[in-house]
Ligand binder design. Structure first.
Ligand code: GRF
Length: 195
């Protein structure tokens, strides 16, 4: 599987994924490109330090279509993983990669998902509602925020005194432990399907 990671920020998930698959080529996942919609995203530096090619998108390129598809083809990308990518994925991209785009969301969808529900906002809302648990959802991407079919969920118990920042840290740990595993499984099932 030739994977492109799409990011908007720090890229700690992207870092874990790049480092995992670099160290374990037998997993069958190669990160061939990191795409950011923000020129200032820390993830760009992280990827450059690891010699992963990077691409910065502007809105027109992303929603206009053809240049991005050409770039993805140029790098041989056949699967996309969003890792903290904040723009809504347009229909042409979903159509070009059917069931081949996944996202990670820092909550147990369908709760705490949808437009505007990202980052700290999610964890503040979880805290405000006094939830006893939160977690992560890895799902296929369609043209609606956080609505594609769920592939994987993992939960973590919360204590009453946990702050939103502490909840964020617990959830991020779950993300780091699981996103690469799901990508590895997807790569394995592709291999089975193509043999
Ligand atoms: C993660 O919590 C992800 O679920 C959310 O944005 C955060 C990205 O963190 N969509 P990082 O950039 O991977 O550190």
């Amino acid at each position: 599987m030739k994977l492109a990671l799409f990011v908007s920020g720090t890229g700690s998930n992207a870092r874990v994924i790049i480092d995992r698959f670099r160290a374990h080529p037998e997993d069958g996942v190669e990160v061939v490109l990191l795409v950011s919609n923000k020129a200032t995203a820390g993830a760009l530096l992280m990827a450059a330090e690891r010699d992963v090619p990077t691409l910065v998108l502007d809105r027109e390129e992303f929603y206009g279509g053809t240049t991005l598809l050409n770039d993805l083809a140029r790098f041989g990308v056949d699967f996309i993983a969003l890792a903290g990518f904040l723009w809504l994925v347009p229909a042409y991209l979903v159509a070009a990669f059917p069931q081949r785009i996944v996202n990670i969301h820092p909550a147990l969808l369908p709760a705490y998902g949808g437009k505007g529900m990202y980052g700290e906002r999610v964890h503040r809302a979880v805290k405000a509602n006094g939830e006893a648990e939160s977690g992560i959802t890895i799902h296929y991407v369609n043209e609606h925020y956080d609505e594609g079919d769920t592939l994987f969920q993992a939960a973590v118990r919360l204590e009453e005194h946990d702050t939103p920042a502490e909840i964020a840290a617990l959830v991020l740990r779950l993300e780091h432990a699981n996103y690469w595993r799901v990508l590895k499984k997807l790569a394995e099932s592709e291999k089975i399907l193509s043999t």
